[in-house]
Design a protein around this ligand. Structure first.
Ligand code: GLA
Length: 502
């Protein structure tokens, strides 16, 4: 949801906390109490974003709420002289917002965005909507889709708000020419920022970046691919564009008429209208609306794992649901997301999958070993595989990771089991039972130095002695001697084997 500031800013604010702690009288805190209003980006549909920051100050301590049309978040932080640093609970190590008081206004940065706020007047507020009660719970039957985890590409990780029709067409071309389609990646998914405004009848239109969504769907379909799109159950999407609130049936019909095959439905501003207890009913509304169109549309729930989504996701005809916050192209983020996926293993199965978020493979901020670990872990946990890189310019290494057929077969195994890890020091072993009676076993070296891993046959859920073991990254058979196999694993790399007794 957010992109963040540099470590330098964080160090400076930590330093000032320490200095002020030691020499309290030398530290003066300006008054940040109150409501601040800021103009944000002009959206691609011509609308102007507004944000509100509500702050309460107690000495150098600040707490409050950051509100944008797309989301609302509790913030905490510190005031040091004229400087304010705010954090959100999930990322205590990365400032969410930093600003200085200049001539009575707040001037700074929120992630990569400039943030300029003035004191808000009593009438300065974000638009509100009339409350619509969610429907009574009534299970929506499975749509019969996603018998194995969905595979495709999504625009958000690389393009964010820069995605447009031409990009999607060239990505569809590259999906075919690179061999990705034939490897199983079929969904081309447009994430947030395609939305225009609603017409007089309330029909959602695409903005100028997507002049003809139906024609785009026809183009994508002509390549043997499927087209995905994005919306929110709230009045606004996370990026502030119109969501489907109060227009669920109408939007489902529009998407079906355009030829859409996949909907990612992102909670975002629904949190400003509904409570967590309403999640199932709210998602059910769109699940039912999609089913009522008669078009097969994969339903992807994006609500960051709130409300134990796996326990009710299938009942809203959800095919996949996010288990985590947003992934970044960084080892700590990727590993953090997969660790959050661990408690959800029981909920994975044909038709409905836990989603630790899209792939970052090929985006440039991890090593190839780390990207192989990313791919191995997503395959072992039967995660949806939505590439998030530029398919038009993939290195050979990126192609060999995304299109490793033996690893893809682990992800797509028809038994649909999600592996769980066992930790031993810096080594983590994940075992996934497979439909043919074999197992996939991955040992991840989380440590900073190479180390030797041993896989013992007795630790694997197999009946009988190992007859065949294959390294899925080197594509070579390996031998279990005296009931075990040992190999050295570089730091952050993964040893991934398929082992069977036949
Ligand atoms: C949320 C989602 C992301 C992406 C953005 C778009 O943050 O979790 O995956 O869809 O919204 O605004």
């Amino acid at each position: 949801m957010h992109r963040f500031l540099t470590r330098k800013g964080l160090l400076l604010s930590l330093l000032s906390v320490v200095v002020c702690g030691l020499f309290a009288t030398a530290c003066r805190h300006d008054d940040f109490n109150g409501r601040w209003i800021a103009s944000g980006d002009t959206l691609a549909n011509g609308e102007q974003l507004k944000m509100l920051l509500e702050l309460k100050q107690n000495g150098s301590e600040l707490s409050g709420t950051f509100k944008s049309p797309g989301f609302s978040l509790p913030v905490n932080g510190t005031a040091q002289g004229t400087h304010v640093t705010l954090f959100v609970a999930k990322h205590p190590d990365r400032p969410f917002l930093q600003a200085d008081l200049v001539n009575g206004n707040l001037q700074g940065m929120r992630g990569r965005h400039t943030f300029n706020a003035t004191p808000a007047g009593p009438n300065d507020d974000l638009p509100t909507v009339a409350y619509i009660a969610p429907p009574a719970i009534q299970p929506v039957p499975w749509n019969g889709l996603a018998k194995t985890p969905p595979m495709g590409w999504n625009s958000w990780n690389l393009f964010a708000d820069k995605v447009d029709d031409a990009t999607v067409r060239t990505m569809a071309d590259a999906m075919v020419s690179s061999g990705m389609r034939d490897a199983g990646y079929v969904y081309i998914n447009i994430d947030d920022t395609w939305e225009g405004v609603r017409d007089a009848q309330g029909n959602i239109q695409s903005n100028h970046k997507f002049p003809d969504m139906k024609a785009l769907a026809d183009y994508v379909h002509s390549k043997g691919l499927k087209l995905g799109i994005y919306s929110s159950p709230g009045p606004r999407t996370c990026a502030g564009y119109p969501g489907s609130y109060g227009h669920e049936e109408q939007d489902a019909k529009t998407l079906a008429a355009w030829g859409i095959d996949y909907l990612k439905y992102d909670w975002c501003s629904a949190s400003t209208v509904y409570q967590e207890k309403d999640l199932q009913a709210v998602y059910q509304k769109m699940g039912a609306a999609l089913r009522a169109t008669g078009r097969p549309i994969v339903f992807s729930l994006c609500e960051y794992g709130l409300g134990n989504v796996g326990s009710w996701g299938p009942q809203v005809s959800g095919n996949l649901w996010r288990t985590t916050g947003d992934i970044r192209d960084a080892w700590s983020s990727m590993i953090g997301n997969i660790e959050e996926q661990v408690p959800t293993a029981q909920y994975a199965g044909p038709g409905h999958w836990n989603d630790p978020d899209m792939l970052e493979i090929g985006n440039g901020h991890m090593t190839d070993d780390e990207y192989r670990t990313h791919m191995s872990l997503w395959a072992l946990t039967a995660a949806p595989l939505l590439a998030g890189n530029d398919l038009r310019s993939m290195s050979e290494a990126t192609k060999s990771i995304l299109m490793n057929h033996e690893v893809l077969a682990v992800d797509q195994d028809t038994l649909g089991k999600q592996a769980s890890p066992v930790k031993n020091g810096t080594m983590e072993t994940w075992v996934k039972p497979l439909a043919d009676g074999g197992v996939a076993v991955g040992v991840v070296n989380l440590g900073g130095a190479a180390a030797t891993a041993t896989i013992a046959q007795t630790d694997l859920p197999l009946h009988g002695t190992v007859k065949k073991a294959r390294n899925l990254w080197t594509h070579a058979d390996v031998k279990f001697a005296n009931g075990s196999y040992s190999a050295e694993i570089p730091s952050h790399a993964t040893l991934l084997l398929k082992v069977s007794t036949r």
